[in-house]
Ligand binder design. Structure first.
Ligand SMILES: Cc1cc2nc3c(=O)[nH]c(=O)nc-3n(C[C@H](O)[C@H](O)[C@H](O)COP(=O)(O)OP(=O)(O)OC[C@H]3O[C@@H](n4cnc5c(N)ncnc54)[C@H](O)[C@@H]3O)c2cc1C
Length: 321
């Protein structure tokens, strides 16, 4: 485990935004996580935050007077093992590496996550999903550490113990749980199935390259799409022309990318942060953007949406202030 003091978070987080943290602990394997928790117990920092690749975090520009524990594997051999149809991965491995190694072992079932940034541990915590797949569909069990400032309990949690729902799990609710490893049930594939799975995986990556502004650091979708029927009704009252699209094409939802585009936010810029021209639910860091730039854009969009439809769009990304 590596310990850094007064560490510049913007140098490691996906968005390249964030101030300094008093302590930054890098955990590259399971043992490191136990060492980090020992250190946490000794230092008693004011605050503790976990991160993986930081692809879903906006860290404030101010000094973070606490401890950030990063769980992210290094470049050494992948910490993933296979027993027949089960793949067990260290939480700090990237989801994408797990998919690639599984395909290499002729096991399929995670291709929906092709190109989705982030670690296995954060993926379990947030029940990440894309293209109709979700972590909960394949997760069998995970090892989770539940800790306070004196004890660490090692718990084996089965799929049902996570109470998964849309981008949610019990780990997200409790702030004192760390996913350390996760086991997925995959499907053995014959040659034809494997070719199909590889092509789905590649197509999903291509889709992201075409539709998402991957050329800039960002934090993925900033707002949750509007799916509460009452809220959708409020939008339809103002924009009746999209009724058919909502009912027939958008599965009852209205995407925040559409709303932001129609409200004229494409290209909207504050400082060095800009609403993407490619996908208006993304905010790009053009280089040197501050959290304040991004938060100002978020607030402006929320105000405008509220003024227009009397609803406040919920933020999907996690803001650490
Ligand atoms: C370009 C782009 C596209 C994206 N597309 C999608 C998408 O299609 N679908 C989707 O669901 N998400 C998407 N996201 C969001 C992001 O990929 C996920 O939220 C991912 O799980 C974040 O992983 P991370 O390792 O970067 O976690 P971080 O952003 O570092 O952390 C996210 C949260 O997880 C917690 N955490 C991290 N590791 C652990 C652990 N081991 N145990 C417990 N808690 C932990 C952190 O404390 C934090 O609260 C996208 C993001 C980007 C930038």
């Amino acid at each position: 485990m590596q310990i850094h003091s007064d560490f510049d978070l913007s140098s490691v987080l996906w968005f390249r935004i964030g101030g300094k943290a008093r302590y930054f602990l890098q955990c590259k394997n399971r043992d490191d996580i136990f060492k980090a928790l020992d250190y946490f117990e000794k230092q008693h920092p004011n605050r503790l935050l976990l991160c993986g690749q930081g692809s879903n975090l906006i860290f404030a520009d101010d000094y973070f007077d606490g401890m950030v524990i990063q769980i992210l594997a290094g470049d050494e051999k992948l910490q993933v093992s296979f027993t027949e149809e089960l793949a067990t991965a260290f939480a700090g491995e990237q989801l994408d590496s797990l998919i690639q190694l599984s395909l290499h072992n002729k096991l399929i079932g995670l291709e929906w996550a092709g190109g989705l940034p982030g670690t296995v541990g954060a993926g379990v915590r947030g029940n990440v999903g894309a293209f109709g797949g979700e972590v909960k569909d394949r997760l069998v069990a995970a090892e989770v550490l539940e800790f306070d400032d004196k004890n660490v309990d090692v718990i084996e949690m089965k799929n049902e113990d996570f109470h998964f729902s849309y981008r949610h799990s019990v780990v997200k609710e409790k702030k004192n749980m760390i996913v350390t490893k996760a086991q997925f049930e995959l499907s053995p594939a014959n040659t034809e199935e494997l070719v199909k799975a590889r092509s789905t995986y590649a197509a999903n990556i291509d889709y992201r390259k075409t539709h998402h502004p991957l050329e800039y650091p960002n934090c993925g979708s900033v707002f949750k799409n509007i799916k509460n029927p009452e809220d959708v009704e409020k939008i339809l009252k103002v924009w009746p022309d999209i009724k058919n699209l909502v009912e027939e094409k958008w599965y009852g939802k209205v995407s925040m990318g559409y709303i932001n585009t129609r409200l004229g936010f494409k290209g909207y810029t504050i400082g060095n942060a800009k609403v993407s021209e490619k996908h208006a639910n993304f905010i790009n860091n053009l280089g040197g953007a501050t959290a304040q730039d991004v938060l100002t854009i978020i607030k402006h969009i929320q105000d405008m949406v509220e003024e227009t439809f009397a609803i406040v769009p919920e933020v999907e990304v996690e803001i650490v202030s």
